[in-house]
Design a binder for this molecule. Structure first.
Ligand SMILES: NC(=O)c1ccc[n+]([C@@H]2O[C@H](COP(=O)([O-])OP(=O)(O)OC[C@H]3O[C@@H](n4cnc5c(N)ncnc54)[C@H](OP(=O)(O)O)[C@@H]3O)[C@@H](O)[C@H]2O)c1
Length: 289
């Protein structure tokens, strides 16, 4: 049962919530670090679990939080449980903590489960968790490591608006968040989940081009990466349509328009669209084997 203080926190600030991260691997570790760094949760509010004792010890030392291999004990202490195990382990792990999970009711919101495993549907987690348990699914991406990720959230059947807002605050510690319907989670996986890999290839290719036209490699890489970053920031901060921003760089009979002609002839636009479509399709296949 949540304390009165913790109940209030689900609706306001999360100062006395107890948080468990089950499966504190790469992504779980990024979140732990961000919680502590942002001050959203303090060390004493957090417990985490991993599979191996030696990893638990190392992680405990690294973050100064309690890390064990006992999921049920960690879940029993928690108001909010982040699930970071591999997709194929998810239903077993949730089934094993089900006795510790509380459904929401008119008087208290119950345990909030937030899974960030790719391709695992809220309905599968709800089924393993038991009747009435609130489940949110999150899809973060790797730039979360530097606090510039983007996470899509979708709600399961029993989630309150306050719980969704809390999940948003949790993932805001590693970048931006968007809320989507669950039917769009495969598309999110194909665009922002896989997207960093597509953009690294573009940056690598631009740097290679710089070398090709005579620039030293480190200078070319810096120019390519900072230009990509700057263009993204322009889109995000001006709110202008990317086509309009592109037009601003493209003077009549200038250099850029010649380059754009090459891009169109090489099919960059259609290739990127096909890459996102293909990654989305693969995510759908993995979710429905
Ligand atoms: N990495 C990403 O970019 C990314 C992005 C979006 C979503 N995700 C999702 O995040 C999840 C984790 O991915 P990851 O890259 O962080 O993998 P990872 O580094 O392998 O982390 C998995 C963690 O789960 C722990 N674990 C395994 N079995 C467990 C159990 N029964 N109970 C408790 N902990 C257990 C492992 O412990 P040990 O360390 O002791 O082996 C490990 O720390 C996946 O579901 C993935 O789909 C990842």
């Amino acid at each position: 049962m949540l304390s009165a203080e913790a109940e209030n926190d689900l609706h306001a600030t999360p100062a006395s919530l107890r948080v468990a991260v089950l499966g504190a691997g790469k992504m779980g570790g990024i979140l732990l670090q961000a919680f502590l760094h942002s001050g959203l949760f303090t060390k004493s509010q957090i417990v985490a679990t991993v599979a191996h004792e030696e990893r638990a010890e190392a992680l405990g030392k690294q973050f100064g939080v309690t890390v064990t291999t006992d999921n049920l004990a960690a879940a029993s202490e928690a108001d909010v449980i982040l699930l970071g195990v591999k997709p194929q382990q998810m239903t077993d792990v949730v089934g094993s903590i089900a006795p510790a999970l509380k459904p929401g009711s008119a008087v208290h919101p119950g345990t909030l489960l937030i899974s960030f495993a790719a391709s695992v549907k809220t309905s599968s987690i709800e089924q393993a968790a038991g009747p009435g348990v609130a489940v949110i699914r999150a899809m973060p991406n790797t730039p979360a490591k530097l606090g510039v990720g983007v996470t899509a959230l979708c709600r399961g059947a029993h989630v309150t608006d306050e719980q969704l807002a809390l999940a948003q605050r949790i993932f805001d510690t590693v970048g931006r968040t968007v809320i989507v319907d669950e039917k769009h989670m495969d598309a999110v996986t194909g665009l922002s989940g896989s997207g960093p890999a597509f953009l690294y290839i573009i940056i690598e290719a631009l740097a290679e081009a710089g070398v090709n036209v005579g620039l030293p490699r480190d200078t070319a890489t810096l120019l390519a990466a900072q230009t990509t970053f700057g263009a993204a920031k322009m889109v995000l901060e001006t709110g202008a349509h990317p086509a309009l921003l592109k037009d601003e760089v493209t003077t009549p009979a200038g250099c850029t328009v010649d380059g754009i002609l090459e891009l169109e002839e090489g099919g960059l636009r259609v290739t990127l669209i096909k890459a996102v479509k293909r990654a989305t399709q693969r995510s759908r296949e993995l979710a429905n084997p």
